[in-house]
Design a protein around this ligand. Structure first.
Ligand code: GRF
Length: 185
């Protein structure tokens, strides 16, 4: 399975995927890593680990379409079977989704369809739910929608803050992403 990773930040989900491959728990090859943020820690890891890594900074492009065209050019060259969005903080256009239909995965820190969008963990706390978790799903044209591949539940404690809940969900995210990719491979 040829895998492309798109990220914008910390990159801990990317690291979990990398580690699973290294340990032989996931039969995949990361064929490129793309970030829209030159300062993304995940991008530094990608370089350190020797992956083909690209900064495609959206601020250097006049339109969303122009930025995506460059991302697609790099992706098309890398010929991935699947694209893993791992904390990639950009909305994809319809034509991007169509080009890689059913081959783009995303991870979200809630049990979708509850709490899509930003600050999902804070939304869960504010709503007072007792169970939250994470979801790996295929990407369609809508935000945090598309067929669900894997979910893992996390108990919300009475004294949880958004931060403490996010930390426990993140542990499950790392397992969920690898599990979803293993299913597909
Ligand atoms: C994760 O919480 C993920 O669910 C969300 O963005 C965060 C990315 O974290 N989409 P990381 O960069 O993988 O550490």
């Amino acid at each position: 399975m040829r895998l492309a990773v798109l990220l914008s930040g910390r990159g801990s989900n990317f690291e979990a995927i990398h580690n699973a491959i290294e340990r032989g728990e996931l039969h995949a090859e990361i064929v490129c890593v793309i970030t829209n943020r030159p300062d993304a820690p995940g991008y530094q890891c990608a370089r350190k680990w020797g992956y083909d890594s690209y900064v495609i900074d959206h601020r250097q492009f006049a339109t969303r379409e122009a930025h995506e065209a460059e991302v697609l050019r790099v992706l098309d060259q890398a010929r991935p079977d699947y694209i893993a969005l791992a904390g990639y903080m950009r909305l994809l256009t319809r034509s991007f989704v169509e080009r890689y239909r059913n081959r783009i995965l995303n991870i979200h820190p809630s049990l979708l369809p509850s709490f899509p969008g930003v600050d999902a963990q804070a939304q869960a706390i504010a709503h007072g739910v007792k169970i939250s978790g994470c979801t790996v799903h295929l990407v369609d044209e809508n935000l945090d929608a598309g067929p669900i591949l894997v979910q893992r539940a996390v108990e919300v404690r009475d004294d949880d803050t958004a931060e403490s809940l996010a930390a426990r969900i993140l542990v499950e995210e790392h397992k969920a992403y690898v599990e979803a990719l293993r299913k597909l491979s």
